[in-house]
Design a protein around this ligand. Structure first.
Ligand SMILES: [Zn+2]
Length: 343
């Protein structure tokens, strides 16, 4: 990056958040062939096979909808005839996702969590532990964005004995009352999710809506906004609509589907906002201007200047990756010092 551009956008002076919403497509992109033990990432159409639920379904005489977990699970819960089977499925699915581990080398998740700042937010629909693992192995978790788990997560636990709810890594004790943290409840993909029924999940949605109101850029990564996700879409819309009349300047939809299909899916959200459809994370605003995505977007939209990209070294090993991000951290520290001296 030239000195001129570095000066122009490397100053981390934007305080408004970049909100990133992750769906299964993001985890697939970070974890394509399965993890280091050969485990595969389950998706709703193959979860019965991948997690190995076939035998318990056979025993209960359940044969239909095995390639559509959403319908299968929804029917089981609504019928109410197999509470023990539902409990066994819950526990098998939880244990499988909890056992997944990122590969040893840097992945897209490592790039993503290092490329956003503390003021930014990653809200994920995914149950897998990748986001938490990537933050834990980053240079400094304190430099990473806020995380919200919209459907619960297998890597976190919480204590609801007091307010605010305490959240931490699964298996740890509560930092406030020292009791063991309770496993997060996974919210299943059924038509009526009832987000309000779980206090942690309800709080996550409330925070997401607040962040959406302040957001300067929103990136939706690999989340297909399924029609059955009525409640999720309504909640996103509520945050978005407020944003439209106020602050939101740019929406980015990162998805492998055709642009026309994406536009149709997200049209109600796009309104008059600028919208872009990069085909890869590495061509996205975050991938091209890590830790300065909102500054770069401001320069492009408001100052109408050309910003030379500062792309993440996609194939770099850990040392090179650390060196690359250290320069950005250094500028942030310098900026913090300067700001403090101003007073
Ligand atoms: Zn507690």
């Amino acid at each position: 990056m030239s000195e001129l551009d570095r000066k122009r956008i490397q100053v981390p002076d934007m305080e408004r958040p970049h909100v990133v919403i992750l769906g299964a497509g993001a985890s697939l992109a970070a974890f394509p062939p399965g993890n280091k033990y050969g485990l595969k990432l389950p998706l709703m159409w193959n979860i019965v096979d991948v997690v190995g639920l076939g035998e318990m379904l056979d025993e209960a005489g359940i044969t239909e909808h095995r390639d559509d977990f959403e319908t299968l699970y929804s029917n089981l819960v609504i019928a109410g005839e197999h509470p023990e089977l539902v409990r066994k499925i819950d526990s098998a699915v939880f244990d499988y996702f909890a056992s997944l581990e990122l590969p040893d080398e840097p992945t897209l998740y490592d790039h993503l969590v290092r490329s956003l700042r503390k003021k930014d937010v990653i809200a994920t629909f995914n149950w897998d532990p990748f986001l938490v693992q990537a933050i834990a192995r980053s240079q400094d978790p304190d430099l990473c964005p806020v995380t919200l788990f919209l459907h619960g997560n297998t890597a976190i636990g919480h204590c609801m004995d007091h307010k605010p709810i305490a959240v931490g890594a699964r298996g740890n004790n509560c930092h406030r009352c020292n009791k063991p943290l309770q496993d997060s409840r996974l919210l299943y993909p059924v038509g009526q999710k009832n987000y309000a029924s779980d206090p942690y999940i309800a709080k996550s949605w409330e925070l997401l809506q607040r962040f959406l109101q302040d957001a300067f850029v929103v990136t939706v990564f690999g989340y297909s906004a399924p029609v059955t996700d009525v409640e999720a879409v309504d909640l996103l819309k509520a945050g978005w609509e407020n944003a439209e009349t106020r602050n939101l300047e740019e929406i980015e939809i990162l998805d492998i589907r055709e642009e026309e299909e994406l536009y149709n899916t997200w049209e109600p959200f796009i309104h008059s906002h600028h919208c872009r459809f990069p085909t890869s994370f590495y061509n996205s605003i975050i991938g091209l201007s890590p830790r300065r995505s909102c500054e770069a977007m401001w320069a492009t939209l408001m100052d109408v200047v050309f910003i030379e990209p500062n792309p993440i070294p996609q194939d770099a090993g850990w040392d090179e990756l650390d060196d690359y991000f250290n320069i950005l951290h250094e500028d942030e520290q310098n900026f913090n010092t300067q700001t403090e001296n101003d007073f």
